[in-house]
Design a binder for this molecule. Structure first.
Ligand code: AFP
Length: 305
């Protein structure tokens, strides 16, 4: 399966890099299943990644950010696995040559249920057997885990292959960077505001955290994974449960974070323990270095000032 995902990633990397030249930038005028405006690259990315997974023969059905319903793979309804994916995460960055990504998580199929039964997907992220992402940026990187550590592969464009470049990635226990959309600061619960105030206040022997925010979860998470720090998207009045989707954003990246020694939390509980009850469900997310996420949790739980 990783070979087919890598193949989809190569095609997407090529099309993203020349999208401005071949009329693939901009909106299509529709909204996707979760209400976001769809871009031409969202649709293309979905088609490529659906085919990449479907062609493996191992995938019975697929949940995608770009599909309203669960899509059964014709002729493979009894295959062993299910895929949850965001084919093009951070697509607001496509038109400005910013970083974007593909996120995927793979669950074992429940044998006693039809492939497209929603109950197939109403489970916890801890049940994933593989998770990963592809980041399209100054280079294209495929990062994934099969539950035994996290490995990163960089696309060698001349060879047309992903080569191992990041062996057994370990997330630092804490970092110096935080990523969040602080335009919501005044709307956030006071506990989140106190947390940000704490991060940005210099302390003896330790400088204040710096803010970096790309608008693409994959890119901000990738930095946290390699260099430490945390990303968070808490609830705000426009996003009562946060903005990010449990099945195809939070759970796959939570799996990667934990496999690298980091953490992922809703503030109330471990992301991988949240039982899904809708395929496009949203949850609050804090993810990255284990100590930074623990500090976030302590503010959310104890309301520390
Ligand atoms: P899109 O894929 O619709 O661009 O959303 C990206 C995203 O899900 C995540 O990758 C970002 O971190 C987050 O949303 C950005 O949301 P804000 O624009 O509200 O900060």
């Amino acid at each position: 399966m990783p070979n087919q995902v890598a193949f989809g990633g190569k095609i997407l990397a090529r099309e993203i890099s020349r999208a401005a030249l071949i009329g693939k930038l901009g909106l299509v005028g529709e909204r996707n299943a979760t209400g976001d405006a769809q871009k031409k690259l969202d649709i293309f990315g979905n088609e490529i990644m659906v085919s990449a997974f479907a062609d493996t023969g191992f995938v019975a059905s697929i949940v995608s950010e770009e599909l309203g319903e669960i899509e059964a793979v014709p002729g493979a309804e009894n295959a062993d696995y299910l895929v949850c994916m965001d084919p093009l995460d951070g697509s607001s960055n496509t038109d400005i040559n910013g970083s974007i990504g593909t996120i995927f998580g793979i669950l074992p199929r429940r044998k006693n249920l039809p492939a497209a039964d929603p109950q197939q997907y109403y489970r916890t992220g801890a049940e994933q057997v593989v998770a990963g992402y592809i980041m399209y940026s100054t280079s294209t990187v495929l990062v994934y885990s099969i539950g035994h550590g996290v490995y990163g592969f960089t696309l060698d464009r001349d060879l047309g292959e992903f080569l191992l470049s990041h062996e057994n990635i370990r997330c630092p226990r804490h970092g110096k960077i935080y990523s969040a959309n602080v335009s919501h600061y005044d709307e956030w619960d006071t506990r989140i505001r106190y947390f940000v105030d704490d991060l940005t206040r210099p302390k003896a022997g330790k400088g204040a955290y710096s803010l970096r925010y790309t608008g693409a979860l994959v890119a901000d998470f990738h930095r946290c994974l390699l260099e430490g720090g945390l990303y968070f998207y808490p609830p705000d009045p426009g996003h009562k449960n946060g903005k990010l989707r449990l099945l195809y954003e939070c759970s796959p990246l939570g799996f990667i974070a934990e496999q690298a020694g980091g953490a992922a939390s809703s503030g109330e509980m471990r992301i991988l323990d949240i039982q899904a009850d809708a395929i496009h469900q949203r949850v609050p997310l804090a993810i990255g270095s284990v100590e930074d996420v623990a500090l976030y949790d302590s503010f959310v739980r104890e309301g520390r000032a």
